[in-house]
Design a protein around this ligand. Sequence first.
Ligand code: ATP
Ligand code: MG
Length: 406
Amino acid sequence: MDYEMIMLRFGEFTIKGRNRMRFEKRLKDQVLRVLKPYPAALITQSFGRIYIELNGEPYHPIAQRLQDIFGIVSLSPVKRTVPDLEAIREAALDVMKGYDDTPRTFKASVRRVWKEFPHGSQEMNHLVGGHVLRRYPQLRVDVRHPEIELRVEIQQEAAYVFSEVVPTAGGFPYGTNGKAMLLLSGGIDSPVAGWHAMRKGLEVEAVHFYSFPFTSEQARDKVIELARRLSYYSGGTLRLHLVPFTDIQTSFVSSKQDPLMITLMRRAMLRITEKLAEQAGASAIVTGESLGQVASQTLASMNVIGRVVELPLLRPLVMMDKQEIINTAEKIGTFATSILPFEDCCTLFVPKSPSTNPNLRVVEKVESFIPQLDELLAKAIEETEVMELNAETDLSGETAGRDEWF
Ligand code: ATP
Ligand code: MG
């Protein structure tokens, strides 16, 4: 099937009048980036929709990349023809050629946007539907729940014919809802949290804490690779801050408050991240926490950990089940990297029985007894290394991104 065009449908942001122009521009830029390797393909805009004229460029690889652009809710491969009954009927047969001989239910839905067109919508449903049925006897009409809905949109300059609606990533165009820092560990959850944040239009900078020599070079590379995989969804680059955490962790170990270890570490991470957020102009912190998953993720723990910063903490996964998170990790192409075995800085320092119900006053007291904690935090910020990751320039020679939409 040779499609001439791809029709893109926008998401929820279409209702936000004032921002619409900005959102549309962002979205268009993202689409243009995807089309760069396909110079004959052109973008056109009409009636609040974006169309891509393929001009001979291949549908499938382009559609595949478009599915990952946030702000597009669905797309359809479309045949375009002149607004004339016979031409529309031919195009309809052509679209239906894409299906095999399996018996299926079907209906034609014609929308007449151009009111001068000589046949009404209802009449057209019969004229087009009947024509298709005569050619494909395995089809049976079902107007309520058809397996195939053949749609025709008649405008003055052209008629568009299509039957497939491919659901895509949805959300808001990347970066149109502000900026946040993402606490990125090497685990399964935080890259998924990052993807959810990006999908909602947040520009993201990732922050990772490592404890060399307790954590290996491979553990670091793993996080860099995860950030690179996420960068694919930004449509450009993604910044990663690598924060040396060894001295801070060691100072916590010497405080001999084993059950509070994780609480202390997470609070220190947040304090540093809040400073980095200030420098980056970010106004929220995103984490991969999920309620009840581990000791540090009880409501009591989250409360005590979160009290240390003033920025809003966004936890996209907080109410999700692990399996749901894993499914998304697989879909977005981060799972295989996340399950590589290298130790995370926290795993190494995990106490035998971490507190599930830490007390804020006690935690603050313990912190106040740690010698030069503020200086250690300031030093870690000073020694933070910054990298710009880009999905096209990689460690492994492979372009990031998922393999297939589910
Ligand atoms: P993940 O799979 O994201 O590691 P997890 O279920 O293992 O999550 P924790 O290890 O308790 O949970 O971490 C909770 C959250 O704290 C993580 O999702 C991440 O946002 C943040 N975090 C943990 N370790 C680090 C780290 N070394 N650097 C940056 N952020 C971290
Ligand atoms: Mg973890």
